[in-house]
Design a binder for this molecule. Structure first.
Ligand code: HDD
Length: 741
């Protein structure tokens, strides 16, 4: 074996460099999140980690049993050209492990991205809750947060029109608390009994498994058109909330009404909110579809890169608190998950801050194996009888059993409680803990009675002693029958542009439905929300608004009635508009972490370019030089300027704004470059801020851009450009003749 030398270590002259644990050739860590400080990006001290299995820089390859491997290149054969021998246990171990690398993906929320972070409360919340992590502003609670889409599989695009999951695991001293919410405050259905139907309807159709990660197909709209209780959620799902600009720019909601319990055992109803400090922003639907092709990992990459560069995403935790006595004060039922509590009726109090400051070390070990559960509670927080929540309390443990394969999933590092676990649960697949005692039952005397039950005063969990005195029934309260008033409230609260986007989303989705009766039923339902909305959708579908819309049938059975169909109702909402529901009213005074494309070619005016880049960077944005070729371009003073991306390998949809620098040769080159023209046209079509230096404005003459339109700056004024980027988008441009790009 003349060439075998290199198999025993790195060839001479080649240094092993490992990016994230430089100098230590190991990656096996044990539950590393607990002890780590919130350091910037990946700048982690290995000393902070719990014991690593580490052999230093001379590490040798072993089998899973620890046997040193002498040859990882060749299987064991009978002679040089002979058959492979069954005896080769090293080959078999390697292939067997590989064959079992995949676990079942989540049935919903399969596509996800996650990060570690910390949560800190601003003030003690003693008045409302005894939960310890909500008492001490000096205490940092470690968290792991996973964002997800719902319908698509693990490898599907980030930019699908879909609800986004927003799950937070708080590793509190009293055990894990999971807030498993979404980026929309309501849900499609009122009762968990309908969840499998909803998911079967939205998933790819069973005969051909089409379409992936999309609701625009027959079975979804068939189901929805027969489920009027979905109408409010449909308005959200058809709005731009379903195509976020970034996971860092989404709100989060606990959706259900929960309870807070204080140390006097007083209960308050509560709705949880996450408010992003960067504001709530979305992309255009045409843009979302292009991004899906150009970079299907757009959201995942954005989250990862923001954290790596030290731009830690932040949200404030908000609560709407409703005293127990006010339970029946509203025109909707607090237990109905298709309703929100308008902020005008109960303001949101911002009580703490979540900061995501560290990317996972290993996607599978952490993001894939994390197991959330709305039933992971701490003392001071409790459930209500919301029938959707009640069903979830069964589903999540059950799903972890089939996904992670064992009742010991709580022992996987990412799922471990920071509070030591003592109980009499034993054994099972892949048990990690080695219990040394002989008593695994209670009561016992041999083990001295351990482990003991904790008194409520010592932090032992007690359920809220809600009084329940009623007959068993399958049905639901009449207070759940209003399916339209908040759909109308949401629609009325949207800006003109947002309403137009809802109309267009419905046009898109329903035009993909092949069965006319489904379109008829859906337009009929839309008439209950807003007649104008129904008409605009019907026009695009080439159908009349049904004169007598098919009365939507509510299939649920009134609690006191017979199992017969009945009509849903629409109550009068006490408010007509709610400002918080429109993204038009969000944060618009920062360009922190915004991505700006700087179009440039040889001969670019260095002074102008440098000045603009400096000002954008100072304001918190990130710039990338995009040129016709990679490598360097030459500035007008002869300086080599490094190119970040090319017109060929990136696209305008991956940026928030575009700047075209000046310089005679530069402008001439870009003016005649179809890709450069397409780049700015597309930015214009998607209503983004565009700036050119004065001489580079000539380039716009070859585009569809109206130089006088809002958000188009043609004098290189950095201040105005920064203000325009902060506005996020100039949706009013959509009214003008459309850019065909
Ligand atoms: Fe669920 C996952 C959110 C209703 C059953 N759900 C899951 C995740 C989120 C939500 C964010 C992903 C967790 C992660 O990142 O691992 N689900 C919601 C919200 C709901 C909701 C906000 C309504 C308000 N879910 C719901 C119902 C059921 C489920 C009614 C079943 C009766 N959900 C599941 C599940 C999943 C899940 C099948 C799949 C993977 C998992 O749990 O761990 O159990």
């Amino acid at each position: 074996m003349p060439h075998a030398e290199h198999l025993y270590g790195p060839p001479n002259g080649i240094k092993l460099v490992w990016k994230r644990h430089a100098g230590i050739c190991t990656g096996i860590t044990n539950h590393t999140f607990m002890a780590k400080k919130s350091t910037k990006g990946s700048d982690k001290k290995t000393a902070d980690l719990q014991p690593d299995i580490e052999t230093g820089s001379n590490e040798m390859m072993t089998t899973d049993q620890g046997l040193l491997i002498n040859d990882d290149q060749n299987s064991l054969k009978a002679g040089e050209r002979g058959a492979t021998l069954l005896e080769d246990f090293i080959l078999r171990e390697k292939i067997t492990h590989f064959d079992h690398e995949r676990i079942p993906e989540r049935i919903v929320h399969a596509r996800g991205s996650a990060a570690h972070g910390v949560f800190r409360v601003y003030e003690p919340m003693t008045k409302y809750t005894k939960a310890k992590f909500l008492q001490d502003p000096a205490r940092e609670t470690p968290v792991f947060v996973r964002f997800s889409t719902v319908a698509g599989s693990r490898g599907s695009t980030d930019l699908a029109r879909d609800v986004r999951g927003f799950s937070v695991k708080f590793y509190t001293d009293e055990g894990n608390y999971d807030l498993v919410g979404n980026n929309m405050p309501v849900f499609f259905i009122q009762d968990a009994m309908k969840f499998p139907d909803l998911i079967h309807a939205v998933k790819p159709e069973p005969h051909n498994e089409i379409p992936q990660a999309a609701s625009a197909h027959d079975t979804f709209w068939d189901f929805i058109s027969l489920m009027p209780e979905s109408t409010h959620m449909i308005m959200w799902a058809m709005s731009d909330r379903a195509i976020p600009r970034s996971l860092r720019m989404m709100e989060g909601f606990g959706v259900h009404t929960f309870r807070l319990i204080n140390d006097k055992n007083e209960s308050f109803f509560v709705k949880f909110h996450w408010k992003p400090l960067l504001g709530v922003h979305s992309v255009a639907w045409d843009e979302a579809q292009v991004i899906s092709g150009k970079d299907a990992d757009f959201h995942r990459r954005d989250l990862w890169e923001a954290i790596e560069s030290g731009n830690f995403p932040e949200w404030e935790l908000g609560i709407q608190v409703i005293p127990q006595a006010d339970e029946h004060k509203f025109e909707f039922d607090l237990l109905d998950p298709t309703k929100l509590v308008p902020e005008e009726l109960v303001p949101v109090q911002r009580i703490g801050r979540l900061t995501l400051n560290r990317n996972p070390d290993n996607f599978f070990a952490e993001t894939e194996q994390v197991a959330f559960h709305p039933g992971h509670l701490v003392p001071g927080i409790d459930f209500t009888n919301d029938p959707l929540l009640q069903g979830r309390l069964f589903s999540y443990t059950d799903t972890q059993l089939s996904r992670l394969g064992s009742p010991n999933f709580h022992e996987i590092p990412i799922n471990r409680s920071v509070n030591t676990v003592h109980n009499n649960q034993r054994d099972g697949h892949m048990r990690q803990q080695i219990n040394k005692d002989i008593t695994s039952y209670s009561p016992n005397s041999i083990g001295g009675g351990c482990p003991f039950q904790a008194k409520a005063a010592d932090g032992g969990f007690t359920s809220y002693d809600e009084r329940i005195d009623s007959k068993k029934i399958r049905g639901r309260s009449k207070s759940f029958f209003d399916h339209f008033s908040q759909a109308t409230l949401f629609y009325n609260s949207q800006s003109q542009a947002e309403q137009a986007h809802i109309v267009n989303a419905l046009r898109f989705e329903l035009s993909k439905v092949t069965i006319p009766a489904i379109r008829d039923r859906m337009v009929g339902i839309l008439t209950q929300v807003d007649k104008g909305l129904a008409k605009q959708v019907a026009d695009a579908l080439g159908m009349p608004v049904p004169k007598k819309p098919e009365q939507p049938i509510n299939h649920s059975i009134p609690a006191d009635g017979k199992p017969a169909a009945y009509q849903p109702i629409k109550v009068t909402s006490s408010i007509e508009k709610s400002e918080a529901l429109s993204m038009a009213n969000t944060v618009k005074d920062t360009i922190q972490t915004r991505q700006i494309a700087v179009l440039a070619a040889d001969g670019v005016d260095e002074a102008l370019l440098n000045n603009m880049v400096k000002k954008l960077t100072a304001a918190g944005a990130q710039t990338k030089i995009v040129a016709p070729h990679l490598g360097n371009i030459k500035g007008n003073k002869g300086t080599d300027i490094m190119v970040d991306q090319t017109l060929f390998n990136t696209a305008s949809v991956l940026f928030d704004a575009v700047y075209v620098a000046g310089g005679t040769a530069n402008v001439k080159a870009l003016q005649n470059d179809g890709d450069a023209l397409h780049f700015v046209n597309q930015a214009y079509k998607h209503c983004k801020a565009i700036a050119t230096d004065s001489d580079a404005a000539a380039l716009l003459d070859n585009t569809y851009i109206d130089k006088k339109a809002n958000g188009v700056i043609t004098d290189g004024n950095a201040k105005n450009f920064i203000a325009a980027i902060g506005m996020h988008r100039f949706w009013e441009r959509e009214q003008q003749p459309k850019v065909p790009a």
